[in-house]
Design a binder for this molecule. Sequence first.
Ligand code: AMP
Ligand code: MG
Length: 534
Amino acid sequence: MPQSDAQFDQVLFQNSFVEELSGEISADTKPRQVPGYCYSQVKPTPVCEPRLLAWSEELAAFLGLSRPPEQGPAVDALAGNLVTDSMKPFAARYGGHQFGNWAGQLGDGRAISLGEITAGDGATWEIQLKGAGPTPYSRRADGRAVLRSSVREFLCSEAMHALGVPTTRALSLVSTGDLVVRDMFYNGNPQPEPGAIVARVAPTFVRFGNFQMMTAANELDNLRALADYIIRHFYPELGQPSATVYVQWFEEVCRRTAVMVAHWMSVGFVHGVMNTDNMSILGLTIDYGPYGWLEPYDPTWTPNTTDFSHHRYAFAQQPQVALWNLVQLGRALTPLVPDIAKLNQALEHYRATFTATQQEMMRRKLGLTSVTQPEDDALLEDMHQALTTSEMDMTLFFRQLSHLAPALHASALDEEPLFRELIEKASYIPEPTAIHEAMMAWLRRYTQRLRQETASGETIQKGMLAANPKYVLRNYLAQEAIEAAESGDLSKLKRLMEVLKNPFAEQPEHNDLAAKRPEWARFKPGSATLSCSS
Ligand code: AMP
Ligand code: MG
């Protein structure tokens, strides 16, 4: 039943995951292997003094929830201090490939799902508390999350949604009043930090790794039950599960994953830890850890310090890595599909969808949508090198180009000064320098091509401004909001939340949030580099 404007602690939960799959019921949160089960029922561990720091009004309205006061029963429930009668909290069991190696059982080590609620659209949405305390899957860690990583997850989930990127959502950010000890730089210097809990929201948080776990443990009944659960609830259009349907489902996962990664590539998002346990079975961006946004365009860039030696998850690697991850998922599904060749063929849907979607997105970003020309592929391809050589700020470049488009589209105009202005505005390398020759040459080619578009300059610009965001969650902006929040000032966090709701709107009063990264942020931890410590 859709509920209107309920307080979070008054909402009725359903528990399809717990009721339809096999799990253990045990109050024991001692770290251990949990063979034979898809989840463990486990209660969140209460925190000292929960307080609401941030609340996503849009998501709440969609879910039929009203904003709770800073403290009280609703916030207690969002912190795991209050488990209401209809909730059956659980931690899911999954495994995964981490940095290319099979890591065995991982599981929800600090995320506890409370169950599902029904939104106004009639669909169910799982609510998961990240940082809610130990579970059997916590291994050697504490089950908690620090404020800095929680602010990052909260802000980025909602910012990605506003950009149109498939993602899990974030409903609330609650401070716990407890301190959590973290060695942020992995240099033997652990420090106490404020703790926090994010209530994440998604139809389901099931990952590739849930299926891999079952196959690795030879728990084929659980594998099948899990696949059937996912198909029944989230891919109902495929019909009754069968070998054919499993293949069709896998094809759809391939397509959705391709669309997700194409979106990342079009906005300059680097996930940072694309392990198979961080890949959603719904093709949603999941697990915001050491992610980052391209500022100077650099295909080899990753913010994740753990990945500095190999750059496995660098920006330009993401499409390949997603495919590698899908291959692992396909392997995990082989017990369900006698004809393995069919699973292999399904991977073609990833390649085809990714190529088509990325092409289309890049064309929209460049305003090249009304005609196709033989030289287009080369033009799109060569853009990456020019952007890299000129250290162009990815977001600024495309936004400025959108503003220039009508002038460039109108022929008989000396465009060279416009090119130089664009470079000055978006490049991290000061003018004048010969380095920008490649960029200048590319812009000349682009301008020639733009003039072949049949639409008006105004129409082209409108399309480009709707494809090229002005505001993204720049790494240093998130860090500034975190530092302010840590000292009790939530104003920067709130301002970012507001502005990032409309990333394509001009909002001129917030121009400072759409500026080039300041020099001080180039190497600053938290802005330029992030560890997995969270
Ligand atoms: P991640 O790399 O953040 O996706 O996490 C990998 C695995 O480590 C998952 O199983 C997480 O649940 C677990 N994990 C990460 N941080 C913690 C923590 N502080 N306490 C317990 N488990 C954690
Ligand atoms: Mg994870």
